[in-house]
Design a protein around this ligand. Structure first.
Ligand SMILES: *Cc1c(COP(=O)(O)O)cnc(C)c1O
Ligand code: SF4
Length: 340
């Protein structure tokens, strides 16, 4: 009997009991620790590291587990490791490319007809180096307390709004209980039909898809969709697939948006594989975005013509429903700009 009990490896037990919040808390914040785990040294990298960037390093362990060891060009690693190039001042790359900083009312972005974006949280589980919100002074933009009340009033008073989009930061960083309360309040607004959650958290920490979360989403009268943010096929492992399957079973419509990123997903085979892997996980490609021209991210940028060519090539290789729309975000337009 005793013998049998000791057969279960300790690591496996730990794996079963570790909650997403623990992974969040224990996220790696030191680039050297990250490289060390991957059996890499700073000298092996193609670039100089930036060890003191104000946009902190943040990479949870389950995301690190999807990286290849001994590979300085790993496409997941390159999305999260700070390079000294981020400090280069490059013309045209600015702090607030979408001019969102002064938008009113705070906590809410109501730029497009019929749908509003509710800023639920300022933080993310993972810090992506290309992120257009890297300089965004979020803390005072988050819809909590009085701002949340104002946001609800704004939505309730505008009968044209039929969809609320939870955004951030990453909206899934709030607790299940908080989400449950919030969704129940939204359900009281009669004109609302749909709720959408834009998140990268399940990619960083698949354990975030808790059974409780699935139950909360399943019981809602609102039609719920989740727009995941996956850039590379290697981000989809068996654990993520399993967790996404729970969402599908809870009647959540799963879509994906990516950002086209140099040296990460800017080739036809990678994009093809991404669409294939998404579909096999029950997710349909929705958008692929051109990079927002944010200061510090110029080294990820792909020009529009190259991007168009890639998507054209993708369309020759895949069924139409596996080809994402190539889009870019332009300040003060009334929708995203679809390029192709
Ligand atoms: C992207 C975005 C939306 C959603 O646009 P869809 O085309 O419906 O996906 C809504 N509001 C804002 C401010 C956005 O940036
Ligand atoms: S908002 Fe999305 S892209 Fe930006 S850091 Fe958070 S998870 Fe990454």
């Amino acid at each position: 009997m005793n013998n049998m009990q000791t057969i279960i490896p300790v690591s496996q037990i730990e794996c079963q009991v570790k909650s997403w919040k623990t992974y969040l808390k224990e996220a790696i914040s030191d680039p050297l620790v990250l490289l060390n785990q991957l059996n890499l040294s700073p000298e092996q990298m193609d670039f100089n590291l930036d060890l003191s960037n104000p946009f902190a390093t943040r990479v949870p362990q389950p995301f690190v587990d999807k990286m290849r060891r001994n590979d300085p060009l790993d496409p997941l690693l390159l999305q999260v490791i700070a390079q000294s190039q981020e400090n280069d001042d490059i013309q045209g790359y600015i702090h607030d490319p979408l001019q969102e900083v002064n938008l009113q009312p705070q906590g809410l972005l109501h730029k497009y007809q019929g749908r509003v974006l509710l800023i639920l949280a300022s933080a993310c589980a993972i810090n992506c180096r290309y992120c257009f919100r890297r300089h965004y002074p979020y803390q005072d933009k988050v819809a909590t307390g009085k701002l949340l009340k104002q946001a609800f009033d704004h939505i309730a008073n505008d009968t044209s709004i039929t969809e609320v989009i939870l955004s951030g930061g990453d909206p899934l960083i709030v607790s299940d209980t908080y989400l449950d309360d919030l969704i129940q309040q939204l359900e009281q607004i009669p004109q609302l039909k749909r709720l959408r959650i834009h998140t990268r958290l399940p990619i960083a920490i698949p354990q975030r898809i808790t059974l409780k979360l699935c139950q909360i989403l399943q019981k809602s009268r609102l039609h719920i969709s989740m727009v995941l943010h996956i850039n590379h096929p290697n981000e989809i492992d068996n654990l993520l697939k399993k967790q996404l399957n729970l969402l599908t079973q809870a009647n959540v419509t799963l879509l994906n948006q990516s950002v086209l990123l140099k040296s990460i997903n800017d080739d036809i085979n990678t994009l093809c594989q991404l669409s294939e892997n998404l579909f096999s996980a029950g997710v349909l490609p929705y958008y692929i975005h051109l990079l927002d021209k944010v200061a510090g991210a110029a080294h990820f940028d792909i020009n529009e013509n190259t991007a168009k060519q890639l998507i054209n090539d993708l369309r020759k290789r895949l069924p139409g429903y596996l080809v994402p729309r190539l889009a870019k975000e332009e300040a003060s337009k009334d929708s995203k700009t679809i390029i192709i």
